[in-house]
Design a protein around this ligand. Structure first.
Ligand code: SF4
Length: 258
């Protein structure tokens, strides 16, 4: 049974603490949520549609047709809009269509290469030292070749070596090998890159090797230190200037008063 005091981390929490411990404090200790951007809305809705495709493909071994994929996308898009205030950074009609363009290119260029064996697999591991904590994640997709895949939407292309060093993929590698008792074949990003007035949307499949023992050890040491710091109430601003909060941050107004 879960100890009420035991904190269960996700990789996005870990990433936020690494970026700025004070930002973590506003979000997870004070519970202040920043409204999602329209890019996040599109990303989440594409993610849901692709998840539905992969889930049924485990047994059918066939992709959905594009109209079904778009239906899943629109259902998620409208559900999120009904539940949360979204900050639109472009015309709402164009924003919604940008996601449909991404799904079309996904279905043409990535989906035929993927045979899933697991989708959104929940993995959780526990630690007792230096404090009690847990670490959990949902693995987007595990392929027949035992690759762990994370699907992203992005405004521009990722660097060619992004999958080789990314923290999230390292976290998924750790969760996979700990809960499944074997090492994955590798890790991958499937990146859906948005188009513009002059450029068509495109995709990238970026592969990375499974992490080395040294990389896993470094990851686990970092995670333990973050857990210990949070338990000790260590939350400081990472704004580089110390005197002025960062204008791009959603917690800027709150942080000015800190
Ligand atoms: S404004 Fe800067 S220092 Fe303050 S929470 Fe945001 S990122 Fe951290």
């Amino acid at each position: 049974m879960e100890n009420k005091e035991k904190h269960i981390f996700s990789v996005s929490q870990m990433r936020m603490y690494c970026r700025c411990p004070l930002q973590y404090y506003w979000r997870y200790c004070m519970g202040v949520k920043v409204p999602p951007s329209s890019s996040m809305l599109v990303g989440k809705s594409c993610h849901k549609a692709i998840e539905e495709n992969n889930r049924q493909k485990i047994t059918s071994r066939k992709d959905l047709v594009i109209s079904d994929l778009i239906d899943h996308y629109c259902t998620e898009y409208n559900k999120t809009l009904g539940q949360e205030e979204v900050k639109f950074d472009d015309d709402p009609g164009k924003v919604k269509d940008s996601g449909i363009g991404l799904l079309i290119v996904y279905l043409q260029k990535i989906a035929p290469k993927v045979q899933p064996i697991a989708v959104e697999e929940h993995c959780c591991i526990s630690f007792d030292s230096p404090v009690e904590y847990g670490f959990q994640g949902y693995l987007d997709l595990i392929t027949e070749q035992n690759y762990i895949v994370d699907t992203k939407t992005a405004g521009k292309k990722y660097s060619d070596d992004a999958a080789q060093y990314d923290l999230q993929l390292t976290a998924y590698d750790v969760l996979y090998r700990t809960t499944r008792g074997k090492i994955p074949a590798g890790v991958q990003f499937h990146v859906l890159v948005k188009g513009s007035a002059r450029k068509e949307p495109t995709v990238q499949i970026l592969s990375g090797t499974t992490r080395t023992e040294r990389q896993i050890s470094r990851f686990l040491k970092t995670l333990a230190l973050i857990a210990q710091s949070i338990k000790s109430g260590i939350f400081y601003p990472n704004d580089q200037s110390i005197v002025k909060p960062c204008s791009y941050c959603g917690y800027f107004d709150l942080c000015k008063k800190w």
